[in-house]
Design a protein around this ligand. Structure first.
Ligand code: PBG
Length: 322
């Protein structure tokens, strides 16, 4: 194939021709919409650093959930802001904790919406780390037991999928075992298998009030410099029984999504995190970027890299726009 016999522009001439040969698609059914649940009633509080996102109390969240499904988005991902934090994060597994209440309220009012829950301790611990602390360190094995309790409490409340995001070693296996023992062998695990110690989580930490009070997360989240290690993490989680593997963040790690797509047959999810979202929002609000176009391009690039599922704060905007 050589110019002038071959002219790539021939198939770019009209939108119909372009659509005919388009390789990658983006539809609301690929998306999961993250939502933040807070205590109280009638609460819909905007999150400063994430324009268009809110803290919802359970009653308001149910309305939002209905709208999400009506827009053609099949799944939400729940994060909780508890009434109280303590060193062990014990409000994370309360039977009537904020997330547990939200799960049952959504499943009752909007049963067809898939409820995915974030399983982690950092929103619930007073020190803001994703596990319990012993001797100034996050204690891996002591944390596994607590994470299993959290996952179980979500499953008991009716969660459709649990998504551990803590990055402790062995947590997928521990959670799988705990769920199976209690009869939840049909609840899938979406593992944040490849989660980098990223500065793109900045706005989220404001949204979920979960900044570590000392140190950082680099002793458990991955080093942004590493790609082969992503394969090791994903392989471990596959072996422990993960049903879906996640890469997080998304756009700075498209190579990792692509790599896992070649090596792993499980469905792959990618999380377009708060910083990726807020950058686009901020630049667009200044008129420096065309928000709708950049949103679509960023999500398409994540799909093109190999993600089946994208978790994104843009989910509703995509569903309204497409
Ligand atoms: C909790 C968790 C975080 C995010 C998702 N789950 C924060 C973190 O690890 O610091 C970030 C999501 C986002 O930035 O949108 N472990």
């Amino acid at each position: 194939m050589k110019y002038p016999e071959y002219r790539p522009r021939r198939l770019r001439r009209t939108e119909a021709l372009r659509a005919l040969i388009r390789e990658t698609s983006l539809s609301p059914r690929h998306l999961i919409y993250p939502l933040f649940v807070a205590p109280g009633k009638g609460v819909k509080e905007p999150i400063d650093a994430m324009p268009g996102c809110y803290h919802f109390s359970v009653d308001m969240l149910v309305e939002e959930a209905r709208e999400v499904l009506d827009l053609g988005i099949y799944a939400v991902l729940l994060f909780g802001l508890p009434e109280k934090k303590d060193p062990r994060g014990s409000h994370a597994w309360l039977k009537d904790g904020v997330v547990q209440k939200a799960i049952s309220a959504i499943k009752e009012a909007v049963p067809d919406l898939i409820v995915v829950t974030d399983v982690c301790l950092c929103e619930y611990t007073s020190h803001g780390h994703c596990g319990v602390i012993s001797n100034g360190q996050v204690d891996n094995d002591a944390t596994l037991e607590l994470l299993s309790k959290v996952a179980l409490s979500h499953a008991e409340a009716g969660a459709d999928i649990v998504a551990p995001s803590d990055m402790m070693d062995g947590r997928v296996g521990a959670i799988r075992k705990a769920l199976d023992q209690r009869g939840f062998d049909q609840v899938p695990i979406l593992s944040y298998a490849v989660k980098y110690a990223s500065s793109f989580y900045g706005p989220f930490r404001e949204a979920a009030e979960c900044s570590p009070q000392f140190g950082d997360r680099r002793s458990y989240q991955m080093d942004p410099a590493n790609a082969r290690e992503a394969l090791r993490e994903a392989t471990l989680d596959c072996g422990e029984g993960a049903d879906v593997i996640m890469v997080k963040p998304a756009m700075p790690y498209l190579d990792i999504i692509h790599l896992l797509r070649q090596e792993c047959t499980l469905p792959i999810a990618a999380y377009q995190v708060s910083g990726e979202y807020s950058m686009i929002k901020a630049a667009s609000s200044k008129g420096w970027l065309d928000e709708a176009r950049v949103m679509e391009e960023s999500l398409l690039s994540i799909r093109r890299a190999g993600a089946d599922i994208i978790i994104t704060y843009f989910a509703k905007d995509v569903a309204k726009g497409l």
